[in-house]
Design a protein around this ligand. Sequence first.
Ligand SMILES: [Zn+2]
Length: 113
Amino acid sequence: MSQSNDLNEVGQFPSKSSAGKFYIVKRHRDTGALSCDCPAWRFKKGDRERTCKHVQTVAAGATPLPTPPVVEMEPQATDDVVAGLMADIEQAREKKPWQGLGQALQKYNAQTL
Ligand SMILES: [Zn+2]
């Protein structure tokens, strides 16, 4: 039996700093000890008892989220932006501005020399 099998997931808390990330609170099957994977839990400071607000919330009997809620994301404009950029590049290629510049320079030189 692996150690992770001794841990039951008892709560998920959305991270306030990273959207879409959840900190998982687990309870040990035998000892009932709670643990969390948030930074506050993992990077315990000094001699203080290891705890975090998530574990405290579960310990206080608050009902954690059984599953992460579906996070409504703003529609991503990425595809449109990329498509627009590609269209601009294609247009620039077709226009061949560097050729236009070369022709203009040749014309200018021909007139002035
Ligand atoms: Zn935590």
